[in-house]
Design a protein around this ligand. Structure first.
Ligand code: BMA
Length: 300
């Protein structure tokens, strides 16, 4: 199986949100109490983003909650780092807690915020776990060598590489290493960033990433996949040479930002299938089906 778009895509648009928003897109995804939960970014009428939950019992048909889940205003002591919005949440389950890593946007430019919840009702916000400019942060779902690990994408001068770091407590980070750099002259020439939490497989850690290439005044966002060593996750075992998903459909080509497929969440099922939640043109939420075996095969 390749990557197959769901025939009823997009599964969510602003018409499915019970209050006024400009758009709903870039959802983190997790299973909780037998339900599929999406933590969706909604751009509010003032142009700043917050998060709303959507839930489903089959992973395809979602109902959006009628109240926001998390807003910049909820960030009290950290408000100045999120004043312009919170964006693109990734969710990782570590034991009985769900950790969210997302972009806080402000006059200081993007940085990574960490928060946790046990019940998707009460959220404890830990605050920034990077300086600006940094985004696209994903946490590994278990300790490796007795440490927590994160992947993120600092922007340094004109560099947009993916880095990895470790921590004893998810708050204090060190041991920074370069993980991946854009492949010059290809679909991911300009920048790359993590697009999911890593999934553990017997062949290694599997992670989605996005790659960007500028064409004239537009940029094309596509998705690829990478396999990392199980015990030494700073080592890349293999990486897709071609994108696994690229803008083709009208709902991926045309929207607030044209020619974008972007993801920050997926769900691996016990039968080896994977649901990739992605967004077309920064305007909707879509889903595509694939398998762990296919994703590993393209990393070889
Ligand atoms: C990235 C992020 C995403 C967005 C993407 C495409 O830099 O800002 O939120 O989906 O660009 O516009």
């Amino acid at each position: 199986m390749n990557v197959i778009r769901f025939k009823l895509n997009p599964i969510l648009t602003k018409d499915n949100v019970p209050f006024k928003v400009n758009s709903i897109f870039n959802a983190g995804a997790v299973k909780f109490n037998g339900k599929y939960i999406l933590v969706c970014r909604v751009e509010m009428p003032n142009g700043r983003s917050s998060f709303v939950l959507a839930e489903s019992s089959d992973g395809y048909s979602f109902k959006v909650h009628d109240k926001l889940f998390l807003t910049p205003e909820d960030h009290s002591e950290f408000y100045e780092y999120v004043e312009w919005g919170i964006e693109d949440p990734r969710i990782t389950q570590l034991e009985d807690k769900f950790f969210l890593t997302y972009t806080g946007y402000s006059e200081y430019m993007p940085l990574v915020i960490l928060a946790e919840t046990k019940d998707f009702k009460n959220v404890k916000i830990h605050g920034p776990i990077s300086e600006p400019s940094n985004k696209d942060c994903s946490l590994f779902p278990e300790k490796i060598n007795d440490k927590y690990w994160k992947i993120d994408r600092p922007s340094a001068e004109n560099r947009k590489d993916i880095w990895i770091a470790s921590s004893p407590d998810l708050i204090h980070w060190g041991n920074y290493k370069i993980l991946m750099q854009p492949e010059p002259g290809t679909w991911e020439n300009d920048k790359i960033g993590s697009s999911s939490d890593p999934i553990k497989t017997d062949k290694g850690w599997l992670m989605l990433y996005h790659g960007v290439r500028g064409f004239g005044i537009t940029s094309l966002y596509k998705l690829g996949v990478v396999l990392l060593d199980l015990n030494e996750p700073w080592k890349v075992i293999g990486r897709s040479k071609e994108p696994i998903l690229a803008p083709e459909m009208d709902y991926e080509r045309v929207g607030d930002v044209n020619n974008v497929v972007f993801a920050n969440g997926w769900i691996a099922e016990s039968d080896g299938s994977v649901k990739i939640y992605y967004s077309g043109a920064d305007t909707n939420v879509c889903v595509a089906d694939t398998t762990i075996d296919y994703l590993i095969s393209v990393c070889k």
